[in-house]
Design a protein around this ligand. Structure first.
Ligand SMILES: Nc1nc2c(c(=O)[nH]1)N[C@H]1C(S)=C(S)[C@@H](COP(=O)(O)OP(=O)(O)OC[C@H]3O[C@@H](n4cnc5c(=O)[nH]c(N)nc54)[C@H](O)[C@@H]3O)O[C@H]1N2
Ligand SMILES: Nc1nc2c(c(=O)[nH]1)N[C@H]1C(S)=C(S)[C@@H](COP(=O)(O)OP(=O)(O)OC[C@H]3O[C@@H](n4cnc5c(=O)[nH]c(N)nc54)[C@H](O)[C@@H]3O)O[C@H]1N2
Ligand code: SF4
Ligand SMILES: [Mo]
Length: 884
């Protein structure tokens, strides 16, 4: 009998409910859970493709020591020994954990308990340092606690939604869909997008403010100064519930309007319009994400935003409030367990002797860390200079995602003992592990996650554990036990969750925001049946609430919120040698370092190679042609990626996605260029404002290839791989000449030695095409040219699954053009129905004038809706051209 299980998507912080169906053959399919309050049945392209990313291809099945298969006992004993030895010889601070917002709360809780309560060090930090730490620091400065006041519903109830430093359409797509639907139903609602780039999110905006990189503190200071002189200011709220307004106002109003324009790069009119809109709209929600957090002034940006909401009392009420959008599925859960090096469990403070005493008594632990540990950037510096003797990395890929990534890689390589727990066998980080532990992945693991609106949901297992893979909490508890610690006798995640809930309520009489005491006594049946719920959920019914702070009760000792006086810092970094500003971030269909989404042909078809968005004038001045390659360089490292020339980009700025890494491209780990520059309050790296040089990458030959086998690397001076239906697609470029192409192909595509190519060479143009067949199957084909190869990519890919018995078809293939009657669909826009850009253009030319009409004709955009903004852009583009 097929089974259906309610679980939660493992990607972004929206935390959508998923129904996973497993049929009689064990095949999994997914759909949105109509009853889940985060998504009400919707899923985005990544959520919809989940079933394609859970195959066992590339999975790590067994523990490994020094690259050799080992047993669990052997691996765990070795780890306990090495960690204990380091602690005995060099003290507790000589070991460290670097963990992740993709762990379940139960895993995270055990990791934090082990390090802070038993090892006695706070050297546990997490990729949330690169993600949410400026928000955490800003919240704690203003509210006295790390509290997100509002809920998703507020975004729908607001009359003005500001999205700053957030590409919601691509990064929180279901929330974006909820916003877009609310705006369609209530067209009076206004949306303002603040982002140096014109992203797909700006598509629904009434106003797009193309702010200068890091101009945010100035903009929100300007807004505060404006509001203070208007009737929008809530004097009563200010007097009763806040401190420090005068100083914040004095600092904010010391800036002249000219300086404001200069720092934000915005025009006088657009600034005034934005201020007036904020002033006259009571129901305003300000959502912010990495354009705010990932900055050397990230915490100040957060407080500049919070100041404006506090000044107007627009916080914690229906349709009002600042809203930090969390990135990872369990970024919020990690904060609850105190997973950051400067926090204690259950929102308690490591600096507080009372809190430390309380947590230690609760844990019955031999010790408790008494000062903050090393934050991510400092932690890897300590690894580099030999202070860290043993390091455990879990559910994160720092060789790709940390700033100064090459230096981080060198540090890991030089560390005496490195353990990596991952689901995949080969990642840029896992390749340097002394001990590699196979973890359970999505669909196999069991526990809870907390989304951006503080809603705790279950991830449930629907599949058996592959081979010897085991849960992350189990790995941690086993090592703890083997180190001789008591308090890790867990046999199920239920016990861990119950303990975590009990700690949240322990001696908490309303003094701490995080309280889920109602779940302290939960048993296996209750855990199994748990429905998504929002915290706080205290044991006492009377204290339940869904929003914080409308009543003016904050968590500083005097219960008042704090205004923070913030001064815009100098953040111009470019110079004569490094004249461009590199901005980094995400694309719609890939997740971080691609270890999972990179397995899906559908998701990889949207954008199949690393790219740099350049403004057309910059491209022209640099001599970079559209679809040419560019070399990017900073004092820390370099990368080679495809140029994507677009008006959406501001002049002088370059945007490169963070996703590509050594498993998918020759040289595209963009964090190799990012300096280890951090926000001094939060320790969060400034990943979005990096000075770089850009130049054309001179290739003598360009290529495109398809292959049924994953090609060996390195293949060429530039290469980028993407999964395709039936095999792989590969972009190539060569700086120097290859003497024997047949031999090169045999090597690159692991072809049998006796397979002869079918070839075509054009002496005049230099074009060369080779195809290798076995029976009526295409094994591999390569298209080479002196210019970027123009062959239709999706058509070439379709040849991998086509039948090639017929000689004429084989010749069509080497001729490099689609066969008659089979037009090229073009680059995929809608990944759910695999609809390409050319098909949409044809539909528009055939009379479809709206996104809905295109949907009717092609189904495109009618499932997850993530591509609707792009379809609209194509429709509008075609109609504009037609009108001209
Ligand atoms: N598809 C997809 N979705 C994801 C993820 C993914 O990998 N792929 N990852 C998840 C995670 S962990 C996170 S943290 C979130 C991140 O979600 P977002 O923060 O929305 O995504 P980013 O692309 O990192 O950056 C957002 C925007 O900030 C802009 N920006 C850059 N500098 C500035 C500035 O100085 N000021 C302002 N106002 N804006 C600026 C960038 O141009 C970019 O468009 O996404 C989550 N969702
Ligand atoms: N330049 C630049 N750098 C950035 C950012 C940026 O915008 N620009 N964004 C930063 C942000 S916000 C984030 S969140 C980070 C993300 O960066 P990472 O955390 O490094 O990225 P992921 O690819 O999500 O890494 C997760 C790893 O855990 C593995 N994994 C998946 N599930 C499990 C599991 O259940 N257990 C275990 N043990 N392993 C598992 C995956 O295979 C993968 O190797 O990148 C940061 N780095
Ligand atoms: S918006 Fe997409 S990626 Fe995020 S939780 Fe929902 S389905 Fe998953
Ligand atoms: Mo993140």
């Amino acid at each position: 009998m097929p089974t259906e299980t309610k679980t939660t998507c493992p990607y972004c912080g929206v935390g959508c409910g998923v129904i996973a169906r497993v049929d009689d053959e064990g095949v999994v399919s997914v759909k949105g859970d109509p009853d889940h309050p985060a998504n009400f049945g919707r899923l985005c392209s990544k959520g919809s493709a989940l079933a394609e990313t859970i195959d066992l291809d590339g999975r790590l099945h067994h523990p490994e020591i020094a690259g050799e298969r080992a047993g669990w006992d052997e691996a765990l004993d070795l780890m306990a020994q090495r960690f204990s030895d380091a602690i005995a010889e060099h003290g507790p601070d000589s070991v460290a954990f670097y963990v992740s917002g993709q762990l379940l709360t139960e895993d995270y809780y055990v990791a934090n308990k082990l390090m802070k309560g038993f090892v006695g060090s706070a050297n546990i930090d997490t990729n949330s340092r690169l993600c949410m730490s400026s928000s955490v620091a800003g919240h704690r400065r203003a509210f006295g606690s790390d509290t997100v006041p509002g809920c998703y519903e507020d975004i729908e109830l607001a009359d003005l939604v500001i999205l700053t430093g957030s590409n919601l359409a691509w990064c929180h797509p279901v929330l974006y869909q909820r916003l877009a639907a609310a705006k369609a139903a209530r067209p009076g609602m206004k949306v303002v997008v603040i982002d140096p780039r014109r992203t797909m999110t700006a598509d629904i905006a009434d106003m797009h403010l193309a702010i200068r990189p890091d101009g945010d503190v100035a903009l929100f200071n300007g807004l505060l100064a404006h509001l203070a002189k208007s009737t929008a200011i809530d004097e009563n709220y200010l007097a009763a519930h806040t401190m420090g307004f005068a100083a914040a106002f004095a600092t904010a109003s010391s800036m002249t309007f000219t300086e404001l324009m200069d720092r934000t790069g915005l025009g006088a009119n657009e600034i005034r319009q934005f201020f007036a809109l904020f002033e006259r709209t009571e129901k305003v929600v300000t959502c912010y994400s990495q354009g705010v957090n990932q900055s050397s002034s990230g915490t100040d940006k957060v407080n500049a935003i919070l100041n404006c909401h506090l000044a107007t009392g627009r916080i914690g009420r229906h349709g009002m409030g600042p809203f930090s959008l969390t990135g990872q599925p369990n970024a919020m859960g990690g904060r609850e367990v105190g997973g950051l090096a400067n926090m204690l469990a259950a929102h308690m403070a490591i600096e507080s002797a009372d809190d430390r005493d309380r947590v230690q008594r609760f844990w019955g632990s031999p010790t408790i860390a008494d000062r903050p540990g090393l934050k991510a950037v400092d932690l890897f510096e300590a690894v580099a200079d030999g202070r860290i003797k043993a390091l455990w990395i879990m559910a994160t890929n720092p060789v790709v995602s940390m700033p100064d990534a090459d230096a981080v890689e060198a540090a890991i390589r030089a560390c005496p003992f490195v353990v990596v727990s991952d689901v995949m066998k080969t990642t840029d980080t896992a390749r340097h592990a002394h001990v590699l532990l196979p973890s359970l992945g999505w669909g196999e693991k069991d526990g809870t996650v907390t989304n951006s609106e503080r809603r705790i949901s279950r991830q449930r297992s629907v599949l058996p554990a592959p081979s010897e893979a085991r849960a992350d909490w189990w790995q941690l508890a086993e090592v703890a036990r083997r180190m001789g610690f008591l308090g890790f006798e867990y046999t199920t995640p239920t016990e861990i969750f119950a303990e975590h809930a009990a700690l949240s309520a322990f001696e908490n009489d309303g003094s701490r925001d995080f309280d889920i005491g109602a779940y302290a006594g939960i048993g296996p049946a209750g855990y199994e049946a748990m429905m998504p719920f929002q915290w706080p959920a205290p044991a006492q019914e009377g204290r339940k609430t869904t929003r914080f702070f409308a009543n003016g009760h904050f968590y500083h000792p005097d219960r008042k919120a704090r205004f923070i006086a913030v001064t815009p810092a100098e953040t111009e970094r470019t110079s004569v040698d490094y004249p461009f500003t590199l901005n980094t971030g995400r694309i719609r269909d890939q997740w971080h370092t691609m270890t999972r989404t990179g397995k899906s042909a559908r998701l990889s078809a949207h954008i199949a190679e690393p790219f740099a968005e350049l403004h057309p004038r910059d491209a022209r001045e640099l001599g970079v042609g559209s679809a040419g390659l560019v070399e990017l360089e900073s004092p820390h490292g370099m990368a080679v990626v495809r140029a994507l020339v677009t008006e959406r980009q501001a002049r002088g700025n370059v945007f490169v996605p963070m996703h590509w890494n050594d498993q998918f491209a020759a040289k595209a780990r963009i964090d190799a260029l990012v300096p280890p520059l951090i926000d001094r309050v939060s320790g969060q790296p400034a990943s979005k404002n990096v000075a770089i040089a850009v130049r054309p990458f001179s290739a003598s030959l360009y290529g495109f290839a398809v292959s049924i086998a994953r090609p060996a690397s390195p293949l060429a001076d530039y290469w980028a791989l993407a999964k395709a239906e039936g095999g792989w697609r590969i972009e190539l470029a060569f700086a120097s000449v290859v003497a024997d192409w047949t031999a090169w192909c045999r090597d690159a595509f692991a072809l049998p030695a006796d397979v002869e190519p079918l070839g075509y060479a054009d002496r005049q143009t230099g074009d060369l095409r080779l195809a290798f067949f076995e029976g009526d199957r295409l094994l591999a084909a390569v298209f080479l040219a002196r210019q970027p190869v123009a062959v239709a990519r999706n058509w070439a890919v379709s040849q991998l699954t086509a039948e090639h018995g017929n000689l004429r078809k084989r010749f069509t293939l080497v001729a490099g053009r689609p066969g008659a009657g089979k037009p090229d669909p073009g680059a995929t826009v809608c990944s759910c129905f695999s609809v390409g850009v050319n098909q949409i253009i044809t539909a528009v030319r055939g009379g479809c004038q709206t996104v809905e009409a295109v949907g009717k004709e092609l189904d495109a955009g009618t499932n997850c809706g993530s591509c609707r903004a792009e379809i609209r852009e194509i429709v509008e583009g075609c109609l504009t051209v037609a009108a001209e």
